[in-house]
Design a protein around this ligand. Structure first.
Ligand SMILES: Nc1ncnc2c1ncn2[C@@H]1O[C@H](COP(=O)(O)OP(=O)(O)OP(=O)(O)O)[C@@H](O)[C@H]1O
Length: 895
């Protein structure tokens, strides 16, 4: 085979370039404009993993060097399959690649499909490839390992290539139908050992083929940049086009298509040359394209309208029948008159000029756009918008957003000047439907439906429409985790129009990428609360979150369970210094001492508004916490609440906290030290500060902090101090024992003691302690409103002291937790009497006790009668199913 003949043949063939079809592949190659598209790594499906994706050419060559030399290229329309195959053949013919093949035969099904009847392999090679002299055919047949077949557009083959539907042939001189011939080649009954590269749009027609499947991904941003730089000779124009395309379109999958890139660049160039504005949305781009194409034909309005209406009919037919092409006969039925001059501008025409040529849309998007335009041109009012959308559901992804754009006068105006006015009744019908259905959608909680509505608003580009559609009843911002970049863009548009949003809940976003965060930043800065708990943030996303916060309105940020780590937190802190954030939740963020330095600089910045900091389950340890305490000495630090559960703290850092509390600068009101090994010396240090006149601490939580009865005298002294402002104290899950607890009770009875909320759950308390607590409640000086004394095994007799106290008019108790205190039915009389007598009690926690069915009627009755009681929890008692109906009668009871 003479490679030069092949090369000359390919490079001489002109090929036509059209706005929608793209620049002819041969021109791309001739002009050195070829940019290798990307392919997915076999196991990679996540579009976020863009680094180091292999080039398509490399993947094809690697596969052809393997054991089984069958390569199946699969990619959507315009993704660059044909161009890549043509480049492959050119490279071979130039002697640059694949030199292990002596013969390369390249066929396109678009061209072959008009072949009717039968033919042999020999005829196919000689007459339909044409680059091989007859005397070489035997050589080809003798050495199949040296032969490569390239079959393009497999999806255009009318008949299946499934071997089971053909009688495969093995004789190269025997005539068979084209599909049978190709199936015989692909399945190795003919010319066994030859290599193949086949290309197709969908995987449907290659399921039965074995070989290496290569997915054509097309162009990502770096390839688009290279493409645009080559397209525009002027670097400034290239940069303008690139920035504009990435901002307004880069988030659509269609941008990976080289054909789409060509269309966009050509359109931009034409608009820039004419000094016109570039389109802001996908719909505006298609309006510009349609205007451009219609103007090219220089027809009058009536002819233009007829043409677009015929194209609309064809679009509807292709969408409903799931067909990619139409025959000439069908085209006549849509009202087309001229072939192919007019239609060639819009459609791909394959086959010869005889009646056998077929017509198809270059792109699904254009098909959908024409469908939308023609819907608004139709005066018959035969069907409403809802019905029409229902009919095309699943086949037309952008139809509703195009309709939404075209329903806006400013968006459709350029088209109307060429086609005449669109049907106003249809537009009103659409608007009515859109508003009504959006109202229902936005009251619901299906995030996909919310986003659909936002996309439609985004395309309409009408701020007052956004405000009209998003009424106060809309539940926007709910569970929006795992948004696509497109969704982020539409949401940001909508929120920007609204000016603010109560809450942006992105809970459980699996990987917030840099691009998503960048697109979401406007919505973030306008949200009062951002929830990112359970999410994973890429390193590139954090600076965008930081800058959104620093400009924004956000008062609360929840980053719990994100395992952010010190490095990313450092970046975030840049945005925390000057923002409106008041609450920052960092539960389980894998932060260490290293982050405390950054936090100090935020807290002391003078501009930080942070008053609640939740550091639960981060191992900042004493060293980190001591650093944090330095911030509390600063007059700029506004911190009022510190949650420090399980932060690896010990007594060693409590001195530092105590010093800060006494400094007179600290605004701290609430400190939670749950599950840290505070011990006696830690309590001593803190109790010192509680007695200091400048200490403002009101709530202290020592839950499970390794305290023993030895701490109680120290605590007693603090509580008895006139300066102590503590109103909440939790000592639960510490072995205080009877003696220690009795000392505490003494302190609680002191007139002036401000404790309102006390936690003594699982503190080894005895009946005597309950008796003492009862007298505290009756004392008339105690302010106790909430008492948690569950998981102390005192039984009915012990808790009776509390029931009796509640009956007393001095008792102010509102909440009592006696979970798992061994209560039985015997207590129910006193319990009910207490509820009936109390004017304050609201909530009773009775979980995990031994109450039985016998108690239920009285408990239900007393809860129904009580005005004060709001809640009684009876879970995990000994009830049978028989009383469930009765319990259901009172909705204040949980069981
Ligand atoms: N690698 C490339 N470099 C530059 N331009 C390209 C490249 N690949 C494709 N193009 C442009 O995109 C257009 C469409 O590409 P091509 O025809 O190869 O896609 P395809 O995947 O074969 O599409 P279809 O499935 O619709 O046949 C080409 O005409 C060309 O203008």
């Amino acid at each position: 085979m003479d490679k030069d003949t092949v090369l000359t043949h390919i490079l001489k063939s002109k090929g036509t370039s059209t706005l929608l079809g793209g620049e002819a592949p041969v021109t791309v190659i001739n002009n050195n404009e070829y940019i290798s598209p990307l392919t997915c790594k076999p196991q990679v499906t996540d579009r976020n993993v863009e680094d180091n994706l292999p080039s398509l050419d490399h993947a094809i060559h690697a596969a052809l060097s393997g054991e089984i030399k069958n390569v199946i290229l699969v990619g959507p329309e315009g993704s660059g399959k044909t161009t890549a195959l043509e480049k492959l053949v050119v490279d071979w013919a130039k002697g640059e690649r694949l030199q292990n093949f002596s013969y390369v035969f390249h066929f396109r099904f678009r061209e072959l499909s008009s072949l009717n009847g039968t033919l042999s392999l020999e005829t196919l090679l000689l007459h339909h490839n044409g680059h091989i002299p007859p005397e070489s055919v035997p050589l080809v047949l003798q050495k199949p390992e040296g032969v490569l077949f390239v079959f393009d557009d497999l999806d255009q083959c009318k008949q299946s290539l499934d071997p089971s539907v053909h009688t495969l042939c093995s004789d190269p001189s025997r005539a068979a139908s084209l599909p049978c011939l190709v199936a015989s080649l692909l399945h190795g009954s003919l010319l066994k050992g030859a290599a193949f590269v086949v290309a197709t749009r969908s995987t449907g027609c290659v399921t039965f083929l074995s070989g290496t499947q290569v997915q054509v991904l097309g162009f990502l941003k770096p390839q688009r940049e290279a493409y645009i730089n080559r397209f525009f000779a002027d670097p400034a124009a290239a940069n303008k086009a690139l920035v504009h395309m990435e901002r307004t379109l880069g988030f659509y999958d269609i941008c990976t298509s080289p054909r789409f890139c060509w269309t966009v660049c050509s359109m931009y160039k034409s608009l820039m040359d004419a000094g016109e504005k570039l389109p802001e949305t996908l719909s505006q781009l298609y309006v510009d394209i349609l205007v451009h194409l219609v103007q090219m034909l220089s027809q009058n309005k009536t002819r233009n309208a007829e043409l677009v209406s015929s194209l609309g009919k064809m679009a509807s037919h292709c969408s409903l029948d799931q067909r990619s092409s139409c025959t000439k006969e069908e085209m006549h039925s849509f009202g087309f008159q001229q072939f192919p001059t007019t239609v060639g501008v819009f459609l791909q025409v394959d086959g010869d000029q005889s009646d056998r040529c077929v017509f198809s849309f270059y792109s699904q998007l254009m098909q959908e756009f024409l469908l939308a335009v023609s819907f608004f041109m139709d005066n018959s009012m035969s069907e409403g918008v809802e019905k029409m959308l229902e009919k095309h559901k699943g086949h037309a992804k952008f139809l509703d957003v195009f309709l939404s754009a075209l329903s806006e006068p400013s968006q459709r105006r350029p088209l109307e000047s060429l086609l005449g006015e669109l049907n106003s009744e249809r537009i009103v019908d659409f608007k009515c439907w859109f508003k009504g259905s959006s109202e229902i959608t936005l009251k619901g909680c299906y995030k996909d439906k919310h986003h659909r509505c936002f996309h439609m608003l985004h395309q309409a580009q009408n701020e007052s429409l956004v405000k009209e559609v998003i009424t106060p009843s809309a539940r926007i911002g709910i569970s929006y985790g795992d948004l696509s970049v497109q969704d982020c863009v539409a949401l940001s548009y909508v929120v920007t129009c609204l000016g603010e949003m109560e809450q942006l809940n992105l809970y459980h976003t699996r990987n917030l990428t840099e691009e998503e965060a960048e697109r979401l930043a406007p919505a973030m800065s306008l949200s009062h609360k951002i929830i990112l708990s359970g999410s994973s943030l890429s390193a590139g996303a954090v600076p965008h979150l930081a800058s959104a916060l620093s400009r924004g309105l956000t008062k609360e940020l929840d980053l719990s369970q994100t395992r952010l780590g010190d490095e990313k937190f450092k970046i975030l802190c840049a945005g925390l210094r000057d923002c409106k954030l008041q609450t920052l939740k960092l539960v389980v963020c894998s932060l260490t001492e290293a982050s405390c330095e950054d936090l100090v600089s935020v807290l002391t910045s003078g501009t930080s508004q942070l008053c609640v900091l939740d550091m639960v389950f981060n191992q900042i340890e004493d060293q980190g916490f001591m650093k944090l305490c330095k911030a509390l000495h600063s007059p700029h630090c506004k911190l009022q609440e510190l949650q420090l559960q399980s932060c690896g703290l010990t007594a060693a850092s409590m001195e530092a906290l105590s010093a800060a509390l006494c400094s007179g600068q600290s605004e701290l009101r609430k400190v939670n030290l749950t599950q840290n090994e505070i011990g006696l010396s830690g309590v001593e240090a803190l109790c010192k500060s509680l007695q200091h006149p400048l200490c403002k601490l009101q709530s202290l939580n020592f839950f499970d902090s390794e305290l023993t009865g030895e701490c109680c005298p120290v605590l007693m002294a603090a509580l008895q101090s006139e300066h102590c402002s503590l109103s909440e104290l939790d000592l639960s899950v510490n072995d205080l024992g009877q003696e220690g607890a009795l000392l505490l009770c003494q302190a609680l009875s002191r007139p002036g003691c401000r404790i309102e909320k006390l936690g003594l759950k699982r503190c080894e308390l005895t009946q005597s302690v309950f008796k003492e607590l009862g007298s505290v409640l009756r004392s008339g000086t105690s302010q106790l409103k909430s008492l948690t004394v569950g998981i102390n095994q005192v039984g009915d007799q012990g808790v009776k002291h509390l029931w009796d106290a509640i009956v007393h008019p001095n008792c102010l108790l509102e909440e009592l937790d006696v979970e798992m205190t061994n209560l039985t039915d015997a207590c129910v009389g006193d319990l009910c009497a207490a509820i009936r007598a109390s004017k304050t009690l609201k909530s009773l926690e009775l979980r995990n006790n031994s109450l039985t069915d016998a108690s239920v009627p009285a408990l239900v009755q007393v809860m129904q009668d009580s005005q004060n009681m709001l809640e009684m929890n009876l879970k995990y008692n000994d009830f049978s199913e028989e009383v469930f109906d009765l319990l259901d009668e009172c909705d204040k009871i949980r069981y």
